[in-house]
Design a protein around this ligand. Sequence first.
Ligand code: SF4
Length: 423
Amino acid sequence: MDLLDTLTAKGLRGETPTREEALAVLATTDDELLDVVAAAGRVRRRWFGRRVKLNYLVNLKSGLCPEDCSYCSQRLGSKAEILKYTWLKPGEAAEAAKAGVSGGAKRVCLVASGRGPTDRDIDRVTDTVAAIREADPAVEVCACLGLLSDNQAERLKAAGVDAYNHNLNTSEGTYGDIATTHTYADRVDTVQKAHGAGLSACSGLIAGMGESDGDLVDVVLALRELGSDSVPVNFLIPFEGTPLAKEWNLTPQRCLRILAMVRFVNPDTEVRIAGGREVHLRSLQPLGLHVANSIFLGDYLTSEGQAGQADLDMIRDAGFEVEGMGEGTLPRHRADIAAAVTAGSGGGCGTAAAGAAAGAAGGCGTGGGCGPCGGHDHGAVEDAAAGTPAVGAPVTAGGGDEVRTDLVRVRRRGAGTELAPNA
Ligand code: SF4
């Protein structure tokens, strides 16, 4: 297939495909699916070998958000029966993080619901990072606290935070359909603030909200332009009690095509399968590992994932290995760019492209709120535009999946409860 030969060659050279080529990946048929996965798998192995990075979410503050992100169980007016609690104490957060690290996670993602942190909240996170580092000095810490004000990214960097997650979520053109209390441009600004302060930028998307193929490609190209070091790919978890509860648009095959498109556009970037992995990829999860090089271990912010041990078994059974604490994630050339930004500080996100995306963004990750956010050095290892249905429309470019509300389980364990975390 000429398309896949072209995409593989470009990916092995670290080049980004054209918009038309990215769209064509999403238009491939089920008969072509394994060829698509195999091609994306070659690119994945070129830059990341057979390593799988494990990330662990700690929801520092859950629910009661004043923002109206329609996909989010923590949004203003959400009727989803999720855990609601205010800031965990640093010791409580460090205990939760320890469980994830013990399970194999090398990055801990500290997430808090809300529009953005106050300066007092930055103090809380600073104390929390110190408590986590006291237990394990080597663990990577990512913060996901919403929209950043001036100088907050610099304070987080000084506190020892490695990365900042803030997802673009969807294309600039359709952003106003999923949230009205902030704009796509707000989100881009926060990613740029984080990157400019020398934090590794983690920014991704949510698929399955009623967007077109064009929207998906646009947001993924924008993320490449922004210079995101890690790209979490969330598959919408349609929580009962949220405006998108009826959006069951994804099939496992569609999810694999989306992951492959994200990999081809971001050949040398950490691509993470984030929220909705169990709900939408289901028994095809192991195939996703051939394309993505990163997942969350255990539970998400407000929903439960499969058992942490099942994640580890899946990685081993599929012939992959958990990335070690001392190993770098990004290929050396990407890590060098990140180091240069840190040294120069204030350089802004990415490359020449930052300007292209700057008109547009902000949301955190994991299909359930701010969060499943989302690395560092290594050498190379191995080798139709669709229509644009409105967000909220009942059937989308995904082709329509069966409703599987039985797979959406509200988190009832771990942070904010008396029960042990799943890790
Ligand atoms: S995604 Fe974040 S900002 Fe939006 S409603 Fe959820 S917690 Fe609030």
